[in-house]
Structures are given as C-alpha cells and as structure tokens.
Design a protein around this ligand. Structure first.
Ligand code: ADP
Ligand code: ZN
Ligand code: ZN
Length: 775
C-alpha cells in the first residue's frame, strides 16, 4: 500500500492503526487512528476504544493493521483512546476468518468481530478485582534474602517472607495473600499486611474473570465396543486428521451411534495434541449432551444461552487461555478463540438454528467448513437427514466425503411408521357417529397411546405450532373478518393464559404484539370462532382423554429458560413424566430408550408454506421425531397424521428413505433452478412507508441489474416484490431475490451494490446470502 503522507510530526515518528468499528461503519479498510505512545504494544486483533464524530463519542472497534505511514493527513487524525478493559485480542486466524465472513455475507467487518465475542466479554460482565502480593523487586530475590536478617524480622513475618522468597524462586509469585499466609503457617493475613507496610512485599490488584464453573458430568460407558460401521467411519475420520483439510459428511440414521463416533474422533484429536469444537443446535444443548462430553474429557468448555453472562465470560476465558481441549457450543461457538484446532464437529448439521437471522447472517456449518479449510483441519458434519446443500456437496459436487451409518446400534430396527389419512378418518367417524369435525387424536393414535401407557412405556406427540388456535375469525364467511396483527401481515394466534382467567390473549408470532382475546367480530358483532391447532389444544385434549397420565408441554412458550427445559427432560428421563407434547423442540437429538410411541398430530403444518424448502423441512421433522421412538429392545412405533399421505416428504419419511427423498428432491430443484443446484441471495428493503421501501428497492434492483448487464453475468434477479410476509413490526418489506449458477456471481453482484453504498444499514437493507428462510 502506498502512503500519501509521511508520518512525521515535529520530528517524531508515529504509528497508525486501521480500526473496524463494532457498530459497523461500512468502510472496508476501517478508519485510521493514531497510536499513542502509551499503546506501543498494540497488536492486530486488539479491541480498542476510539473517539468518533464531532463529539468524540467513545466507541469500540478492532485493530485491523498497524503501519508506519498514514493514508490520510496525520494532522487530522485522532488517537486511539485505550485498549479494551480486559485487553481482549482476537487471534490472527479469527481476524482472517472475520474478513471472509464479512465479504461472503456482506456485513461490515466490525460487526463480524463484534459477533465473534460473547456480549459478556465485551461488557466485562463477571469480572472481579482480586488482590495479589509479590516481592517488591523479584529480580533482587537473593539480596532480599539478607534483608530478613537486617530488618530483624521475627516470627510470622520472617516465615512469610521466607516462603515468599521460595515461591518467587519457583515462579509462583504473585500469589493470593491468603495462600501465602497459609503456606507459612500463619492463621491470618496480618503478617502479609505487615510486610506490605514495610515495603518488602507489594500489592497488585488484577481484574479477573470470576470462577463459577458448575456443570455435571454424566456417567458414560466409556468402554463400548464400536460396531463395524462405526469403526469404519472412525478410521476414515482418523485418517483425515493426519492429512490436510477435509470435509466429511456423516449420514447416520437416528440412533446409529453418531455421538459415540464424535467422541472417539475427538479422543483421536486430543491424542494428537490438538483441539476440537463441537457445534450442537441450541436446543439440543441440554445438560445431558454437555454432560456426555464432560464425562469423557477433562478440559471441556461450553458456550450456550443457558449460562449466565458471567459463566459465559469465564468459559470464553478458559478457551482463550488454552485450558480447554474440547469446546461444546451452539452456533457462535464456531468463533471460539481456540488454537491448534484439529477437528470441528457439526452435529445435526441440517438444523436451521445454525443460521443467524440478523447481521452477519452467517451459517455456522459453512463457516466451520471455511475455518477448517483455512487451518488445514477436519470438519465433520453429521445428521440423519442431511441438508440437501450438504448432501449435494458430498455426492454430485464431490466437495465433501460421504460417510454413513446405515443401521441403528446393536441391530435395533428403525421404528415401524403408520400413516393415518385424516380425510379418511373424518369420513369414517361421521359414518359411525354421524358427526364429522376434527379430532386431534385418530382412533389409531389414541388406542396406541393407551396401549403404550398400559405397558409402562413413554410417548411423544409432536405438533409444530405454538398456542391454542392460529385463526381467530368471524364465523360468517360473508363477513370474512380474520384477526391480523396491527403491525404485521400475519394472523394473531390465540394463547390460553393463566394470567387471564376469563380466557386468553392473542399474540403475533412475528413481532410479539399481544392483546386480549376479542369475543365478538368487530365488523358484525357475531361471536368469534377459533380454528387451526396448536400445542395448547393438544394439551387440553390429553387432559380430557388421559386424566391420569402425567405429561408436559414443551414449546418455547412453556420452556422459558434452559432450566425449565432441563427439568422437564430430567423428569421424563426418570419416568415421572410419561408423555411429552411439543413443537419440534422434542424432535431434536433426544435419546430416551423407553419412548415406544411417537405421534405426529399433523405433518402438514409446514407443507403449505410458500418456501421451496417446505418438503425438505417436513421430511426432516418427521424423520427426526420418528427417530425418537424405539431406541431400546422394547421396540417402537410411530403414527403420522396427515391430509396428504401420498406426499413424498411424508411417504418417504415413513419408509426412512432419505436417499430416495434426496434424489427426487434434488432432481426437482434442478428443474426449478433452485438451491442447492443454484446459489441464492435475498435482499430485504424495509421502511415504515411503503412507497419509500419500494423506491429504495427499485433503485437497488436497478443497480444490480446494471452490473449484471455490464459484466455480462448469468443470473436471475427477481423483484422488487413484497416479501411473503409483507410487513413486520410496522415495517414494509420489499424483497429482491438473486439466483445464479455459482456463488462467485452472487458475490460479484453484491460487491457492486455494496461499493455503491446501497447495502449499508442492516436496519434498512438486510442482505441474506444462502438464505434458509424465505418468509
Ligand atoms: P445418534 O447420535 O446417532 O442418534 P447416539 O450416539 O446417541 O446415536 O447413540 C444412541 C445410543 O446408543 C446411545 O445411548 C449410545 O450410548 C448407544 N451406543 C452408541 N454406540 C454404541 C455401541 N457401539 N454399542 C452399544 N451402544 C452404543
Ligand atoms: Zn405482529
Ligand atoms: Zn363478522
């Protein structure tokens, strides 16, 4: 880089730093600041406080590079105010990874850095001030020894100083005053204080992260013998650990012993003196999962939302300081500051929670692949239902190596799945009873539930919709009133609420807006009706039909904290709870051997959404929840209720046939030119005024189309059009969808819009590269 100005002011030489601000000012190279003499040891990756704007408002940022030359007039430059309180520094490999994330996901670099650090670390939560003592002059240890006599020190003070000298010799100073006093046989710290007063010891105050770690190990059978399939997979992983970068996709049916394979692979990594990160979907990060790893490895750190801020800070520090060998965490743990990384495991790699839904909209699995590639490490992605992106990469594209565990451990079969056609069911019921209407539980499902409870088994019922009813409407369809959110283009959902005894409340699932439930239609005053099912309805039905069965509802309304979730799972594990009713929260990764029946109340909830992944999601959900059944020799059954029994997502899930589903769906995506065959980016322009959103979006689409034509690129650009949910939280949403054969074309188009300064503010224009939600 050529310098415009020579860095000399009044004969003094100065150094300069480029700083990327956390708030995400879009200036690719960062802003230039002067490095004051007090910060002579500043490094790339340091978190710093700098003055910004006319009022020199202090803001946080990260040092991108340090140079002897300024690229702007040095006289106009401001100086960096200070380093971050804890001298937080991001290691070089994370700085490099951040640059990639910033480029690929079109997000200002400073915001990417900010995402890499837990909020607790940035805010300094959980810090304590601790006092230590040290020799006044550690170098003069020997000279000091004679002082003991000169000063005529006697008794405890002499003993303490003697011990202090010895500790210094062994490199154990500074030390906590109590430890020192105790080591010298003193009952209190007063001899230590005395020595400080005499100037023989000095006091040092340090700011530290509080030590409050408490997670429990789960007793694990460490001596399982891997079956042949597991051993073959482990051998392949171990071989890749000794080579360069490798990306492995493990397709293993539910209960095939994937977790055991991960653990063995990590043992291999640790044996080689390297470290591992294990990514798990947030909801699967139960104490059980964490406990399995803690039970098998000595130095495990965890990062998930169930920790307090102070705990998270402590865990992060344990990783940074090199204590942790194994890091288990949710999405953002991919940015753990661990060195010597040998393996990244991405469990349930198809899970949607790996994609962040605000800037930077990164996908932790894809970042994991990138991080492994940059470091020459191995990334192991595992799932019973791999994302089609990953499967395509492992098969057609040959970018990943495909490994598989086709059978459950110890020869247990996959559970038998029965499909109940709800149309048929309704017809039969009205023939027998003369009454139609919807019954939550089909005859078959109800009968199997009774049987299961009678036999002492446990069960799970899945309905992937929260609340009680998702339509509140006028019964007169000529009136046609249906209750919508005031701020969104979305229906209000009825929730039974303990806080409102006379009924319940209505809530918007997009913006969280709540209101009392209306009793009459505001247009024609008829009494409102409610339809559409939610988990609360299922709860009511179970209470009515199985009054003696202890059960729990598990969805994000009922499970407010990680503790709620852990408690319910514990009670379920102990057998106190016989039945779990829930959203897909119950579909994820749970391993309870006594579950002998799984029922899907409606497999159709996701199928009708205007999203090209609707079938894939339905297939995954049905397969995953079915996989919770029959994990012991008692066997298991699954009942799926649906209005579309012939739909391949349901029919093939019932046959546990992932490979056929994937092949058919990929063929369809190819015909329709959809991901993963093509790559996609989605831009959402938001504004409170519809016209303004439209105008901005039109301008943006125009620029992108012009670039496409200029560079003669092959890409499809659709829009602006209203997003499927055209308004959320009072903001109108206009979308532009870009699709192209490869990611590089998308990158070129976005880079052009970015340098035209049209993708600046995340609040107004959201960029989503490789979107997984199209609502
Ligand atoms: P997955 O992650 O594929 O669903 P898990 O790793 O949770 O499967 O394994 C399911 C169950 O089987 C666990 O209880 C685990 O301890 C057990 N298991 C795993 N491997 C073996 C093995 N080789 N022999 C016996 N039991 C095993
Ligand atoms: Zn709303
Ligand atoms: Zn009405």
């Amino acid at each position: 880089m050529s310098s415009l100005f020579t860095a000399r002011i009044a004969g003094e030489s100065h150094r300069y730093a480029h700083v990327a601000l956390e708030q995400g000012l879009e200036k690719p190279g960062g802003l230039t600041y002067l490095i004051p003499d007090t910060l002579h040891d500043l490094r790339v990756g340091d978190r710093v406080i700098v003055p910004l704007g006319r009022n020199d408002r202090p803001v946080s940022g990260y040092v991108l590079n340090i140079s002897d030359d300024a690229d702007v007039d040095p006289l106009k430059l401001k100086a960096i105010a200070s380093k971050d309180r804890l001298a937080v520094n991001l290691p070089d490999d994370l700085v490099e990874l951040a640059r990639w994330v910033s480029r690929y996901y079109c997000c200002p670099l400073g915001m990417v850095f900010a995402t890499m650090l837990p909020a607790a670390v940035k805010k300094g939560i959980g810090l304590v001030r601790k006092t230590y003592v040290d020799l006044h002059d550690p170098i003069a240890t020997i000279a000091l020894a004679s002082i003991v006599h000169e000063h005529g020190l006697k008794g405890k003070q002499a003993d303490v100083l003697g011990v202090a000298l010895e500790m210094a010799r062994l490199g154990k100073m500074p030390v906590d005053p109590k430890t020192l006093a105790h080591a010298a046989g003193a009952k209190s710290i007063s001899p230590v204080t005395g020595l400080i007063e005499r100037g023989l010891l000095k006091q040092i105050v340090k700011t530290e992260v509080q030590a409050i770690w408490a997670e429990h190990a789960v007793e694990e059978n460490k001596h399982l013998t891997l079956n042949d399939d597991q051993q073959k997979v482990l051998d392949a992983i171990a071989a890749s650990l000794d080579g360069a970068f490798a990306a492995l996709l493990l397709h293993g049916v539910t209960g095939s012993g994937k977790t055991e394979v991960y653990i063995r692979a990590i043992e291999e990594v640790v044996k080689r003196g390297k470290r591992a990160i294990v990514l798990v979907p947030e909801i699967a990060l139960t104490p059980q999962t964490v406990g399995r790893f803690i039970g098998r490895f000595k130095h495990v750190a965890v990062l998930h939302s169930g920790l307090t801020a102070a705990q998270r800070h402590q865990q992060w520090t344990l990783i940074r300081d090199g204590w942790a060998n194994v890091i288990v965490g949710a999405r953002s743990a991919i940015f753990a500051p661990v060195d010597n990384l040998g393996l990244i495991v991405v469990d349930e790699e198809h899970d949607g929670s790996y994609k962040q839904d605000n800037a930077p909209r990164y996908h932790a699995r894809d970042v994991a692949v990138k991080r492994a590639q940059m470091l020459g490490a191995t990334v192991l992605m595992g799932s019973a239902t791999p994302a089609l992106e990953s499967y395509y990469n492992a098969t057609t594209r040959g970018a990943y190596k495909l490994l598989s565990l086709p059978k459950r451990v110890s020869q247990q079969p996959l559970p038998r799945v029965e499909i109940v056609d709800l149309l048929d069911e309704r017809r039969k019921r009205s023939e027998y009873t003369g009454k139609g209407g919807i019954h939550l539980l089909s005859v078959k499902l109800e009968q199997l539930l009774r049987q299961t409870f009678k036999d002492g088994g446990q069960a799970m019922l899945l309905l992937n919709r929260r609340g009680f009813a998702n339509y509140i409407a006028c019964p007169d369809h000529r009136c046609g009133w249906i209750m919508k959110c005031e701020h969104c283009d979305a229906n209000m959902v009825y929730h039974v609420s303990a806080a409102i005894p006379s009924g319940g409340l209505v809530r918007c699932h997009y913006c969280g807006f709540e209101n009392r439930q209306p009793t009459v239609c505001p247009v024609c005053s008829r009494k409102v009706t409610m339809f559409g099912l939610g988990t609360q309805r299922v709860e009511l039905e179970i209470e009515r039909k199985f009054p003696d069965v202890k059960f729990a509802r598990m969805d994000s309304d009922a499970m407010r904290t990680a503790t709620d979730y852990a408690q319910v799972l514990d009670a379920f594990k102990r057998g106190e709870i016989r039945l779990l009713v829930g959203t897909q929260m119950i579909a994820k990764g749970l391993d309870f051997p006594n579950v002998r029946l799984v029922g899907v109340i409606s497999a159709d909830t996701a199928l009708s959404l205007p999203d090209f992944r609707a079938a894939e999601r339905t297939f995954q959900m049905v397969c995953q929840v079915a996989g919770r059944s029959g994990r012991s020799t008692a066997g298991g059954r699954v009942v799926i209720q649906t209005f579309t029994p012939a739909h391949p997502a349901i029919a093939l899930a019932a046959m546990h046939d992932y490979v056929k589903f994937a092949a058919d769906e990929l063929a369809h995506r190819k015909r329709a030119k959809l991901p993963p065959i093509t790559r996609m980016a989605r831009l959402i322009v938001r504004d409170e005024a519809l016209e303004k959103a439209q105008a901005e979006a039109t301008k943006l689409a125009g620029v992108i189309r012009a670039v496409k034509d200029d560079l003669n690129l092959e890409a499809s650009i659709v829009g602006p059009t209203p997003a499927p949910i055209s308004r959320i939280g009072g903001y109108h949403r206009q979308q532009i969808e870009i699709a192209a054969e490869n990611a590089a074309v998308i990158q070129q188009l976005l880079a052009a819009a970015r340098s035209a300064d049209l993708l600046r503010s995340d609040a107004r224009t959201a960029v989503d590269v490789d979107p997984i939600s199209l609502m």
